[in-house]
Design a binder for this molecule. Structure first.
Ligand code: ATP
Length: 308
């Protein structure tokens, strides 16, 4: 549930990041206000800028232009702010030569708000052996350890960069269920970057689609689904849509065109019956538009795969 009085999780204005003077523009002109109390899915193809945005949010790197606040403050501006954010980086790094129990001891030493009972309970629940070296854990177990450490800080915001990418489908489901339990138990917000739309669909109620360094669309998932529609029209028929509508993607099949259209600001009646869209159709339409790709219905999955 959105927390009405809490500052936004992210507030970005003209945010841009370029790596090196002649390097890659990894983020450009990001303007975004994401409310607190949400589970936010950050999706986009390889190289879209997802890790860059999350690393900026954790204060690991600095923007080239613009500003970003996280929970109302500059990222990592002081120790108190650091304690409010838990971060699980891509490939869930842990110290290989430390045991599970030593990770918890270290976490307790480094974090004033550490909750030892939560950490120990979770380690038991997910079946981790406290004496086992982290370097000997499987990918799934490592992810569970990293999640436990991030959550035992009792942060207001949990940030995960591709947390479940290395896990098999069953382990991924379990991991995401644990993640959601933590979010509920802590009353926290969470941001989760992923290539995997299924994961996003399973746990997220807020969506950010990032392609080619720019935010293509962002908003409450239910609102986004309600504000877009699929329509079929004779070729050229989409020229007749009322002002305020926006055709995101068009496909041509025979004498008909099919489009995914943003309709929430339509200034008049729609000339063709609107049909509901799925989250996958919505994301693919924005990704396809950003990539300038023509997508046929049968090629949707393939297009998603090739962008991953
Ligand atoms: N440290 C760096 N130095 C130079 N360029 C970088 C650096 N980190 C990222 N980039 C570039 O910035 C762009 C965005 O990268 P980023 O890692 O943010 O994308 P991503 O969406 O997280 O990708 P993926 O899904 O593959 O992890 C890419 O073109 C990448 O090559």
């Amino acid at each position: 549930m959105p927390l009405a009085d809490s500052p936004p999780v992210f507030h970005a204005t003209g945010l841009a990041k370029r790596y090196g003077r002649r390097g890659k523009q990894a983020l450009a002109d990001v303007n975004l206000t994401v409310p607190a109390g949400r589970v936010i899915g950050l999706v986009g193809p390889n190289g879209a800028g997802k890790s860059t945005l999350l690393n900026l949010a954790c204060g690991l790197i600095e923007p080239t232009e613009g500003s970003l606040t996280v929970l109302g403050s500059r990222p990592a501006s002081n120790a108190a702010h650091l304690a409010r954010v838990g971060f699980v980086a891509q490939n869930t790094p842990v110290y290989g030569s430390f045991s599970v129990a030593e990770h918890l001891t270290l976490g307790a030493k480094m974090n004033p708000s550490w909750d030892p009972a939560l950490a120990e309970r979770r380690i038991r629940q997910v079946g981790l052996n406290p004496r086992q070296k982290a370097g000997q854990l499987s990918g799934g177990q490592r992810a569970q350890l990293a999640l436990t450490i991030a959550a035992a800080k009792r942060p207001e915001l949990l940030i995960f960069d591709e947390p479940a990418a290395a896990l098999d489908p069953l382990a991924r489901k379990g991991f995401l269920r644990n993640l959601m339990e933590f979010v509920v138990e802590l009353g926290a917000s969470a941001v989760l970057s992923s290539h995997l739309l299924d994961d996003i669909e399973q746990v997220c109620d807020y969506l950010i689609v990032l392609c080619d360094s720019r935010v293509q669309v962002a908003g409450d998932v239910r609102h986004l689904l309600n504000s877009h529609a699929r329509m079929a029209a004779p070729r050229g028929g989409f020229d007749r849509l009322p002002p305020g509508t926006e055709v995101i993607r068009t496909e041509h099949r025979g004498h008909y065109s099919h489009a995914l259209v943003r309709i929430d600001a339509a200034a008049g009646p729609l000339p063709y019956p609107p049909e509901p869209v799925s989250l996958e159709e919505l994301v693919l339409a924005y990704m396809g538009r950003a990539a300038g790709m023509e997508i046929g219905v049968d090629a949707r999955t393939e297009a998603w795969e090739t962008q991953r």
